[in-house]
Design a protein around this ligand. Sequence first.
Ligand code: SAH
Length: 393
Amino acid sequence: MIHLYLKRGKDESLRRFHPWIFSGAVHHLEGQPQEGDLVRVFTADGDFIAIGHWQVGSIAVRVLSFIDEPIDAAFWHRRLSTALDVRRSIGLVGRPDHNTFRLVHGEGDCLPGLVIDIYGATAVMQAHSVGMHLCRHDVAQALKEVMGTALRHIFYKSETTLPFKAGLGQENGFLLGGDADDVAVENGLRFHIDWLRGQKTGFFVDQRDNRSLLERYAGGRSVLNMFCYTGGFSVYAMRGGARLVHSVDSSAKAVDLVNDNIALNFPGDQRHQAFAEDAFRYLQQMGDAAYDLIILDPPAFAKHKDALRNALKGYIRLNARAFEKIAPGGLLFTFSCSQAVSKDQFRTAVFTAAAQSGRNVRILHQLHQPADHPVNIYHPEGEYLKGLVLYVD
Ligand code: SAH
């Protein structure tokens, strides 16, 4: 196996279990790694410190273990069973009214570059690194062992998440089974999940707890779910007794999905309507109309640090428009899922928007990602989802 030696002093962050090695920390390599190869990492003094996947780019290695151990079938089995134990211990496994959760959340589960979401009998697996892509069959085998007969399909969906430059020509496809006709159940609500064509793994599992909170506040209110995608928030708002629910997404496909999911849970219910429209245009065309509750859950405005300034402007503009459209005594659920935008930066953007609108605004809740999207304490970069629930006088 290829050996990598660090520059003197560049082992600091690894001693604190940070799972990334930047290319600037590399002194030299013994051997020539291909992207995705396993490399053993040593300090300048020649002491073993980590083993991980080699990458091309500013992150040179994503660490799999800080112990000198083989990365074999037993390794994958251990990591996945620990991940399942965590989900079991937080009550997400084995419930009749709930079969949807994230089993593996990358660095948060000591498996950098790997995401696995479970929807009933189907697992959707995504590799974000070439190393994980090369290990996909080993991971799938361990997944079968750990999940047992409850798992009948594994869909591998890495076409868009793998580094383009790696030139793997990756196509999505089943590693086990092949039935795509499954319905996910979340807190007793049912959702068609389009893992073949949908965004990410097909559903935004990460908003589960925030949707539950919304359900508590939806009673009697008129609700606007902006950037609705599959309509997760809309379905919860309906169960919460909303007076009306309007779902908006610029994608016509998303509008079909939300309509399907409303029909699945509340057939024939006239309280819901969906619109394929750009968010800004929709808010502009509303005129003097107002909602009692608005949800803003846009896609990541900043995918990289360089896009940060524009992203913050985008959050200010969007939230300012929403503040103008909330009835007195209304609520705003506003989110950012950009990893590059910190909690404080997002809050400052929303604060700026509030000030522009001149409304009196109280923060009721500060929201984040749920427990099945854990943050590795040594990898604070893993904290990406942040939200605020605001009361607008
Ligand atoms: N709230 C959703 C996830 C949102 S994903 C959930 O809980 O599942 C972001 C969505 O925003 C996508 O469906 C995308 O089609 C939509 N979108 C992107 N740009 C938009 C725009 N300018 N106006 C309206 N919708 C937009």
